[in-house]
Design a protein around this ligand. Structure first.
Ligand SMILES: NC(=O)c1ccc[n+]([C@@H]2O[C@H](COP(=O)([O-])OP(=O)(O)OC[C@H]3O[C@@H](n4cnc5c(N)ncnc54)[C@H](O)[C@@H]3O)[C@@H](O)[C@H]2O)c1
Length: 381
């Protein structure tokens, strides 16, 4: 490729193939946990011509049956938990759509049965669980892909292209995070026994992935973290569940990454200001500002701005938002890319080899906040 073309192609949006690959036998898929996010999984699986959802499991009696009926899925076998489903079915893949506290056990048990896993985000709750998932994955030879659908957004891909193009030069500091003025989800998200983590796990994992994926997921080394729960526990702001709330609703941290990069992170489910700040990637040759959204859910909030010098002149270049094209939404792309990897024996589209560092940071923030001091991030062998 001529040098010029190579430069220009760095900024050409990726064109994705809209047509699901339907050749070969149908994949027999099971869904573990039939709550809110499972709705997106079933709708997407139903639109894939090479998938039949044959089994569903949920701990709440009758929930999976009602779920199947609501989405018009017939011929499904129902189970009272993930273990009995895995023992009784021959499956090609499962979606783990349970709350965070049971991510690890469901994923590890599926891998022990030789079944690849599409695992909802965050990967799990602790770094120890993440390591166990990685071990089970290696032993089984089957993949785990973590459910970060924002990865498939062309604007997210553009962030990575800009960083990887070298336009910003060496990266030395990143401020990232996101927030909502009032956006605590409720349900099973707000109790330690089900969620294990609050805003930190729910939406913190997205903002970490946005920047860590762009810079190639360097290893995290140390973290000084802080968490609080003033809003969720307050009857003034959340009378409907203040007595149940026992996870974080705000987290902030200062993280050192391998390569001398500093990550300055903050995430909020609830706060008084409109934003805890845009994401800004500082490089020696330029900087990239990625606007936050009003209600943070892991997406790019508006046109990005590139700050650089042109012939000695301080210049700002606007990177326009790339509108979604094609029929396949981000969630469908997340499901489809997983299915294709299962069919071809390819790599997981969002691999645990990367996301273990995302989990190590989340776990480190929680541990450092409890200890009240900076800690070293140790990833058990
Ligand atoms: N990717 C996204 O955009 C997105 C959005 C929302 C939630 N999520 C993630 O999805 C996960 C689930 O969230 P939700 O809102 O659907 O929760 P939910 O509470 O509505 O549903 C979880 C279900 O899992 C079931 N369950 C738990 N352990 C089980 C087990 N061992 N076997 C069978 N069933 C089991 C529960 O009974 C419950 O019905 C969370 O980890 C959350 O972070 C992702």
């Amino acid at each position: 490729m001529a040098n010029n073309d190579a430069v220009l192609s760095q900024f050409t949006p990726t064109v994705y193939d809209d047509a699901p690959k339907a050749e070969g036998k149908k994949l027999r898929v099971g869904i573990i946990g039939t709550g809110w996010i499972a709705e997106s999984h079933i709708q997407s699986y139903k639109s894939q011509p090479d998938v039949e959802v044959v089994a569903m499991a949920d701990l709440i009696p009758g929930k999976a049956e009602k779920f199947a009926e609501r989405f018009g899925v017939e011929g499904v076998h129902f189970y009272p938990d993930h273990a009995s489903m895995l023992d009784n079915e021959e499956l090609d893949a499962v979606s783990v759509c349970t709350y965070n506290r049971t991510h690890a056990v469901c994923t590890i048990d599926a891998l022990k049965h030789g079944v690849p896993v599409l695992l909802e985000k965050p990967m799990c709750v602790t770094i120890e669980e993440a390591v166990e998932i990685r071990k089970a994955e290696a032993e089984s030879g089957k993949i785990v892909s973590v459910g970060f659908q924002p990865r498939f957004d062309d604007n997210m891909k553009m962030i990575k292209k800009i960083v990887q193009s070298g336009t910003l030069g060496d990266i030395y500091y990143i401020q990232t995070g996101g927030g909502r003025r009032r956006g605590i989800p409720g349900s099973t998200f707000i109790e330690d026994k089900t969620a294990g983590l609050g805003a930190l796990g729910d939406i913190g994992c997205y903002s970490l992935d946005m920047v860590l994926n762009a810079i190639g997921y360097p290893k995290p080394l140390t973290v000084s973290g802080y968490t609080s729960d003033f809003f969720g526990k307050s009857t003034k702001y959340y009378p409907q569940f203040a007595d149940r709330f026992n996870v974080d609703d705000f987290a902030a941290a200062f993280i050192r990454l391998e390569g001398g990069i500093i990550l300055d992170f903050r995430i909020a489910w609830a706060m008084h200001p409109d934003t805890p700040g845009d994401t800004i990637i500082f490089g020696k040759d330029g900087a990239l500002r990625i606007p936050s959204t009003d209600c943070w859910n892991g997406t790019v909030g508006g046109p990005m701005k590139l700050y650089h010098d042109v012939c000695g002149q301080q210049t700002e270049t606007v990177i326009p938002i790339i509108e979604a094209r094609g029929k396949m939404g981000l969630f469908d792309q997340k499901i489809r890319s997983f299915l294709d990897a299962v069919k071809t024996g390819g790599e997981a589209p969002v691999p645990t080899s990367q996301i273990i560092y995302n989990q190590a940071i989340i776990d480190g923030i929680a541990k450092s906040a409890r200890a009240g001091k900076e800690i070293e991030i140790v990833i058990p062998e």
